[in-house]
Design a protein around this ligand. Structure first.
Ligand code: UDP
Ligand code: MG
Length: 309
């Protein structure tokens, strides 16, 4: 088992400040594992010295390789490109910002040796702002409640995947890559290792809070049809209400002498129905937009340069 090869894929977007320390800590862990290894740093269109550092790392140690994408494609695409280019019996996905301690990889490997196909880190605590923390927590719970595949709570990309899991991920054709979700979708034997998420080693998170909210909506729309069902239920409820209301109007018209009043009620009804129609159209639009994006069949990423691959 120790003769097996381990690969590490690291998405990097302007992480020049963290990379040297990241390399030091990751190398220590991998060397200690006694296994053969290769690391692919994916430069996701960084504008700082990240790519230059990667070339330097490769000169110092050829096991450190780099893949440079033609522009910024986003975290999911960067991880996907790394997974496509690595050949190893198990692949670790880890961010470069040292929020996920590389030391945990030893435990991942241990679980993998016990026979698990997917080992992922589950965050028990986060040294992030209160707002960010609660937003993330609400999101994970909402997503899990809505999704047909059970998605692990408080898990990110940090994980180890064995060859079967990696090959299964490669077979998933969608352009839109929410890897944490796809990873649980593939199934096999999955196990988590709890850990505490650290603050970033350097600089600010590369994703703003608004960005995270958008990502969250994205994850919900691509992993769940529940919003569509919500539209149906809203429609049904409003139709039922309208039916009862019209019975009432008819009754008053035919059997009572009450004059039919109603500027206010008409306006309220019209504005409500208008709002609801636009809202449900928007939900449908989210799905139509996704279908459009998938059907274009564009590649998930484009490679500009390979260093040592
Ligand atoms: N990243 C990337 N492309 C992007 C944004 C981020 O490759 O467009 C990388 C980034 O360098 C880091 C990892 O993805 O290694 C996670 O990014 P970040 O720390 O900003 O996300 P968070 O930890 O808040 O989820
Ligand atoms: Mg981070």
């Amino acid at each position: 088992m120790s003769g097996r090869r381990i690969g590490v894929v690291v998405p990097v977007f302007n992480e020049a400040e963290s990379l040297p320390e990241f390399k030091r800590r990751l190398s220590a862990v991998l060397d200690a594992s006694g296994m053969e290894y290769a690391v692919i740093l994916v430069d996701d269109g960084s504008r700082d010295a990240s790519l230059a550092l990667m070339r330097e790392f490769h000169r110092q140690d050829p096991r450190w390789k780099a893949l440079s994408l033609s522009r910024n494609f986003g975290h999911g695409a960067a991880c996907t490109s790394g997974l496509d280019h690595i050949d190893a019996d198990a692949v670790v996905l880890i961010d470069a910002d040292l929020q996920d301690p590389p030391e945990l990889i030893a435990e991942f490997i241990q679980k993998w040796r016990e026979g698990h196909a997917v080992v992922f880190g589950a965050r028990t605590g986060r040294s992030e702002s209160w707002l960010r923390r609660s937003a993330t927590s609400v999101f994970y719970r909402l997503l899990n409640g809505l999704s047909a595949t059970p998605l692990p709570l408080d898990a990110g990309i940090y994980s180890l995947l064995d060859r079967t899991a990696v090959e299964s991920l490669r077979r998933l054709p969608e352009r839109h890559r929410y890897l944490t979700g796809l990873r649980s979708w593939v199934g096999f034997s999955q196990v988590h290792v709890p850990y505490e998420r650290r603050p970033r080693h350097a600089s600010q998170p590369k994703q703003s809070l608004l960005n995270l909210v958008l990502l969250a909506c994205d994850a919900i729309f691509s992993f769940s049809n529940a919003p569509l069902r919500l539209a149906t239920i809203l429609g049904l409820a409003m139709a039922a209400g309208a039916f009862l209301f019209s019975l009432n109007v008819l009754y008053e018209k035919l059997f009572t002498a009450k004059p039919i009043i109603g500027w206010s009620s008409t306006m309220v009804l019209i504005s409500w129905t208008g709002g609801m129609i636009l809202f449900t159209l928007g939900i449908i639009g989210e799905y139509v937009g996704r279908i459009y994006n998938e059907i274009k069949q564009r590649p998930v990423y484009l490679v500009q340069e390979k260093v040592g691959i």
